[in-house]
Design a protein around this ligand. Structure first.
Ligand code: ATR
Length: 279
């Protein structure tokens, strides 16, 4: 390790698998843009080794971590403090190491909202939202979406019990419904349909609910890729008003993490353009 590398503040992203992660590139671009001196590493850690890896990172003077699939829920157990939004979600994607203590936060929801509201100019207030999937990704976004006063948020999941569990968790924050994936009513269209399943990533294509889409429906896939994702292809074929991949959310959640760590929020627009080009 060169002397310059060793004195730079240390950050990273921990998950499994992790090789595909764009986070190192994004944070490098943020650091260049803001003039912050840091290094950001890719850390492939399996579930059984998570605690040890985090303690080692902490012991070596690490300043912050992003946490991704599959550790966002389990990492909460290792935190000394949780932000309100991480606590509500029951999931953390950002860790801050300070004074020998770990604080867990969750920037996924704010990242999605910033992409929807600021970048895509959508209004959430009064809108009827359908979320497909009830896993870790959904946990991070339901609370922040409900805070924007939508008309209702419906969570549809292949395993209906998981949707019910999330409904119970977020019930007091707003109008929330839980249904099975196959029970989505055919003649009810939504303003916004968010794909938070991991189906596309696994190369699977569930029977997405065609009846939920009207010509004004915006479809947003939390997944992203070099090519359009199966969900965005499907949405376009069905005549959705817009079909958007989650590149914007990825960059916005990263910018919020960067702000928590460094106290400065980078400009996301140029970075979003750059990573789309270089992806
Ligand atoms: P993540 O952290 O990415 O959300 P997860 O917690 O494993 O990962 O959740 C994955 C989500 O995608 C779940 O809602 C899962 O549905 P189940 O709860 O029924 O497993 C959903 N999912 C994955 N593959 C799917 C498929 N082929 N069809 C429908 N839903 C699928």
């Amino acid at each position: 390790m060169s002397e310059e590398t060793s004195i730079l503040d240390r950050y990273g992203v921990m998950g499994h698998p992790i090789a595909h992660s764009r986070s190192p590139v994004i944070h490098k671009l943020f650091a260049m843009q803001t003039g912050e001196q840091l290094r950001y590493e890719l850390l492939d850690v399996e579930a059984a080794a998570l605690e040890q890896a985090i303690r080692r990172f902490q012991g070596s003077g690490g300043r912050g971590l992003n946490i991704t699939v599959p550790h966002k829920q389990s990492v909460c157990m290792l935190c000394d403090h949780l932000s309100e939004r991480a606590n509500t979600a029951g999931a953390a994607n950002t860790l801050i190491f300070k004074d020998n203590e770990i604080t867990g936060d969750n920037t996924d929801g704010i990242g999605l909202l910033r992409d929807l509201v600021v970048n895509l100019d959508l209004s959430i207030e009064g809108s009827d939202i359908l979320i497909l999937g009830a896993g870790g990704a959904t946990r991070g976004i339901v609370g922040p979406l409900l805070e924007m006063s939508p008309k209702a948020v419906t969570i549809a999941n292949r395993t209906p019990d998981r949707a019910e569990t999330l409904k119970a968790r977020f019930d007091e924050l707003g109008t929330i419904k839980a249904v099975g994936f196959g029970d989505i009513v055919d003649d009810h269209t939504y303003d916004l349909v968010i794909n938070a399943t991991s189906a596309g990533v696994r190369g699977e294509a569930p029977p997405y609910p065609a009846g939920a889409l009207g010509h004004n429906t915006v479809c947003y896939d939390l997944s992203y890729g070099l090519k359009p994702t199966p969900f965005t292809v499907w949405a376009r074929d069905r005549g959705a008003a817009r079909a958007v991949m989650g590149w914007g959310m990825l960059v916005e959640q990263a910018a919020e993490s960067f702000r928590l760590w460094r106290g400065i929020r980078p400009e996301t627009g140029p970075v979003l353009k750059q990573i789309r080009v270089s992806a």
